[in-house]
Design a protein around this ligand. Structure first.
Ligand SMILES: [Zn+2]
Ligand SMILES: [Zn+2]
Length: 142
């Protein structure tokens, strides 16, 4: 129902707010993406990488290896899923989402993270960390 309404209103929203790349302002075909140039600027983690923090390794390191910093100070979790490596483009993307109120980027960001999740086995629970009520009021979304 909500997605049908969203699709029905999309032409009106696009007319009032023409889709723009959140990083450079170039025109786009849809509200929830990046232009080809900015997309290429994102550093998507790949293999081989650290099994704990997905820090990239050079070629020849076996899958499941752990980097030196993680060996020296082991994290207290089993690992993270990084949608992108930190660089200027990813920083701008997250700031556009969190502080620029570009919540249409949620689908793109979620897709980047989901692509890096390991296969889920057994029973898992994904728990969002809620904002404090004042921060929720200021930001307008959780
Ligand atoms: Zn762009
Ligand atoms: Zn590591």
């Amino acid at each position: 129902m909500v997605s049908m309404l969203r699709e029905a209103l999309r032409p009106v929203v696009d007319l009032v707010y023409p889709p723009r790349c959140p990083l450079c302002g170039a025109g786009l075909a849809a509200q929830d993406g990046l232009c080809a140039y900015c997309w290429a600027e994102l550093a998507i983690p790949g293999e081989p990488s650290c099994a704990k923090y997905q820090r990239p390794f050079g070629d020849g390191v076996p899958v499941g290896a752990i980097c030196l910093p993680c060996l020296g100070d082991p994290p207290k979790h089993d690992g993270i899923a990084a949608g992108t490596l930190y660089n200027e483009a990813s920083r701008k993307l997250v700031l556009a989402f969190k502080h620029g109120r570009r919540i249409a980027l949620a689908r793109l960001l979620a897709g980047l993270m989901a692509a890096r999740l390991p296969p889920i086995e057994g029973q898992w629970m994904v728990v969002p960390v809620s904002l404090h009520r004042w921060r929720l009021w200021r930001r307008g979304f959780n």
